[in-house]
Design a protein around this ligand. Structure first.
Ligand code: AMP
Length: 403
């Protein structure tokens, strides 16, 4: 195991950036990926958020770009699924590259014409790194002023998520306008067949680094409530009441339900905000910031939030419904129990979701404790996933719908 960043051939100005963030020891993906990227290799990285994957690709890329003199055009393009991830990576570039002259710009959908023009201006001025969502990037490419002739790096982050969201045609359109000679890095939390064949089509003799973990962190205490749909709200309120000082994310897979839950919590006196793709970009940023700063204790969110977004210090994750995908469960509850802190994760299971939940238990090889529910809520369903499975279509653990 590598002990420090100097051993990974990183230069002092990059290490200074890390030190100022209190980071001094590489994570496994950093130890493995950084020297390979510095050597010029393509990378296929199977790793999810929380492994340190962002720094694993940013540090060597920033170093290699800033070593070039006389940079006039875009040197690196990072393609990501969501605006939040674009902003987060852009901020990470500013932090890791603080002691260098690297420049970057996030390019994502939404916003007004003024923002589009700012993006255009940054692109035309030859910014070093663009961090973009695929659709918005194509809008700029179609207008003819994006110059990728000196591009050295293409990085695809959260590739599985992008394919699930239907971005493949957009990504392919972008790839067509990039120079042949470049270094390609692809990261994905999971590696189903479609990602593997996509990766094989764009990477040249890649170094494969697998840090996949389909297991929740061991310091998260998991539990579940087996109940009927009309009992969820009451049980949620009872559960949150003794946890008013905790920082909580409530996940719902339905956008419409996010605002319903949040309004109900507000009426009951809980400080809460909603976060879903239905909201304006500015509202989403506001919610995320309030939650990060602990001004608001409860964030009610769709799966837009479950991956990629780095929020520290979440004490409790509540799955208001069972995630449609076993890997999503691991991602959702991975928001808590970070950096050795204790976390709690509870899932509400209605009869139709029991079979899905059983699949999750199988994936993570854990039987999750079914928690007692106050008798005041009345009769409860039995937990009998096998019986329920006969009533429902089979659950496909790795197939996600776009949200
Ligand atoms: P990521 O997996 O890229 O989303 O990173 C998750 C979090 O880990 C971020 O808050 C990083 O600042 C932090 N981080 C990245 N590298 C390290 C490291 N070597 N040691 C400690 N924390 C790190």
């Amino acid at each position: 195991m590598t002990e420090n960043f100097t051993q990974l051939n990183l230069k002092s100005e990059i290490i200074d950036g890390l030190n100022s963030m209190g980071i001094d020891k590489p994570t496994p993906i950093q130890s493995q990926a950084i020297p390979e990227i510095i050597l010029g290799k393509d990378i296929l990285g199977i790793a999810q958020t929380g492994t340190g994957k962002t720094a694993a690709f940013l540090l060597p890329v920033i170093q290699k770009i800033t070593e070039q003199s006389n940079r006039k055009n875009i040197s690196a393009l990072i393609i990501v699924p969501t605006r939040e991830l674009a902003t987060q990576i852009d901020q990470a570039i500013a932090a890791y590259g603080y002691f260098t002259d690297i420049s970057s710009m996030p390019i994502y959908g939404g916003g007004d014409g003024k923002i589009f023009n700012q993006e255009r201006h940054a692109i035309e001025s030859g910014i070093d790194i663009i961090v973009a969502t695929p659709g918005r990037l194509n809008m700029h490419i179609n207008l003819g002023y994006v110059n990728f002739s000196e591009l050295k790096f293409i990085i695809l982050d959260e590739a599985d998520r992008m394919l699930d969201m239907g971005f493949l045609p957009d990504i392919q359109r972008v790839l067509k306008v990039l120079p042949r000679e470049k270094q390609s890095l692809l990261f994905s939390a999971t590696m189903p067949d479609n990602i593997f064949s996509f990766a094989s089509s764009i990477l040249k003799d890649p170094t494969i680094i697998n840090i996949a973990l389909s297991k929740p962190p061991s310091n998260v205490k998991q539990g579940a409530f087996v109940l009927f749909d009309n009992q969820k709200i009451g049980v949620l309120v009872d559960y949150l009441t003794p946890r008013k000082d905790k920082s909580v994310i409530v996940f719902s897979s339905r956008k419409a339900q996010v605002s319903e839950i949040q309004n109900m919590l507000k009426r009951k006196g809980f400080s809460s905000l909603a976060m879903s793709s239905d909201l304006e970009q500015s509202e989403r940023e506001f919610a995320l910031n309030q939650f990060r700063n602990q001004q608001c204790k409860i964030l009610v969110a769709t799966d837009v939030m479950s991956r990629g977004i780095d929020i520290k210090g979440v004490d409790v994750v509540i799955n208001f419904d069972v995630p449609g995908d076993a890997e999503d469960y691991v991602h959702r509850i991975g928001r808590t129990g970070r950096a050795e802190a204790e976390g709690e994760a509870v899932t509400f299971i209605v009869p139709e979701d029991q079979y899905k939940f059983k699949k999750i238990e199988t994936l993570i090889q854990t039987t999750i404790e079914k928690l007692p529910i106050d008798p005041k809520f009345g009769d409860l369903p039995e937990y009998n996933p096998k019986a329920q499975s006969n009533k429902k279509k089979p659950f496909k653990p790795f197939k996600r719908k776009s949200r």
